[in-house]
Ligand binder design. Structure first.
Ligand code: F6R
Length: 364
């Protein structure tokens, strides 16, 4: 039930610290400082390439994971939306690892892609939230998220739990490939363990975000920008906004903006910038200047250092806790979810049952 919450989506956003902690419990042993995946009867040391397939928000979790698999394990990742993967006759080396990500475990395109990969002699790993689903049953390696039932049509807590599982999986793979020593592994585990508290800190911006919803609600178009693993978070922010508030939104890699979308920018287009301080920050700041020079109105989502450095002249800023880059995508999911939620509530749309959308897309 919804309890004190107005919508399931809101309840599910606020459940994230708990369900992410719950999910992590099955994947890390904090006292030993190690990641521990379910026994897979499959030697990860031999994995040379991973094919990731999913749809929608689950696909964006896969995009974030690509950065992790490549960075930690130095394993190259091929990733596709399921509806493209199935029909492009992908090249799959026999014995390869194919990874499917799905909240429902029933999405028709993803399930068909899984079966195609199986027919091509791939080992099938599945990150799934519904343990009794078709995908869960057909997996060789089942990696459950423990988000609990997700009722709001827009995926929120399932997504952050997917990220938690995928980060642990990437660390596990890196260890199996001899790319992660004990100290580095303990470090990753410690950072993952910081996620629930950081999610709580991110949720504390709720009222502030509610207070700025009126700035975004009148827009016809909204642009979301990010770099590195925060680029998929820009895509996710745009998807959340369009599905529940019906405002056209696009996510872009910050550096790609000048290759086209910059033409859209004027004082009617809010630009939401996701930019934790760190090595990529200066680059994003220069993209913000390009936006500002054209009268664009920026909402900067960063930590206190980033807001201090680049917050001036923004239409609004949202201050996140300062977190390790590994967990930044989980933490930055919260403000984009809350922004979409409050804009939708402000506009009076049906948040939990947006028009034309179904929770589980079981047709092609
Ligand atoms: C977005 C959303 C959809 C789903 C997509 C995949 O908020 O809910 O984009 O992410 O339909 O669904 P699953 O993860 O069940 O395969």
């Amino acid at each position: 039930e919804k309890g004190n919450y107005r919508h399931y989506m809101q309840k599910e956003i606020f459940e994230q610290p708990i369900v992410v902690a719950q999910t992590l419990q099955s994947y890390v042993r904090p006292f030993e400082g190690v990641v521990a995946l379910p026994d897979m009867g499959f030697d990860l040391a031999g994995v040379k390439r991973i094919t990731i397939v999913a749809c929608g928000t689950s696909y964006y979790a896969g995009l974030v994971a690509k950065y992790w698999f490549e960075q930690f394990a130095r394993v190259s990742v091929d990733i596709d939306v399921a509806s493209e993967f199935r029909y492009r006759d992908p090249v799959l080396e026999p014995g390869g690892l194919a990874l499917f990500i799905s909240q429902s475990g029933e999405t028709a395109d993803t399930l068909a892609a899984l079966r195609h990969a199986r027919s091509q002699d791939q080992t099938i790993a599945v990150v799934v939230n519904v343990p009794t689903s078709s995908m869960a049953r057909e997996a060789d390696l089942l990696l459950p998220t423990h988000a609990g039932p997700e009722i709001g049509v827009a995926s929120t807590k399932a997504f952050t739990c997917q990220l938690a599982v995928l980060a642990a999986f990437a660390a596990n793979l890196a260890r199996a490939k001899g790319r992660l020593d004990a100290a580095a592994e303990a470090d990753i585990v410690a950072h993952l363990q910081e996620a629930p508290a950081a999610l709580n800190a991110a949720l504390a911006t709720d009222e502030e975000i509610e207070g700025m919803a009126h700035l975004v609600a009148p827009a016809r178009d909204v642009l979301y920008l990010g770099r590195g693993p925060d680029f998929p978070m820009a895509l996710e922010g745009a998807l959340k906004l369009k599905e529940i508030s019906y405002i056209h939104a696009e996510g872009y890699a910050a550096g790609e903006m000048k290759h086209g979308p910059i033409a859209l920018i004027d004082d009617q287009v809010p630009v939401i910038v996701l930019a934790p301080s760190g090595p990529l920050f200066e680059k994003t700041v220069s993209n913000m200047q390009e936006v500002r020079a054209r009268g664009g109105r920026i909402v900067l989502i960063s930590d206190a250092d980033g807001v201090a450095e680049a917050g001036e002249g923004c239409m609004a800023t949202i201050t996140m806790p300062k977190v390790h880059p590994l967990i930044a995508p989980l933490v930055y999911a919260v403000p984009v979810q809350l922004l979409a939620y409050h804009v939708a509530v402000f506009k009076g749309t049906d948040v939990d049952q947006p028009r034309n959308l179904a929770k589980s897309v079981t047709v092609e």
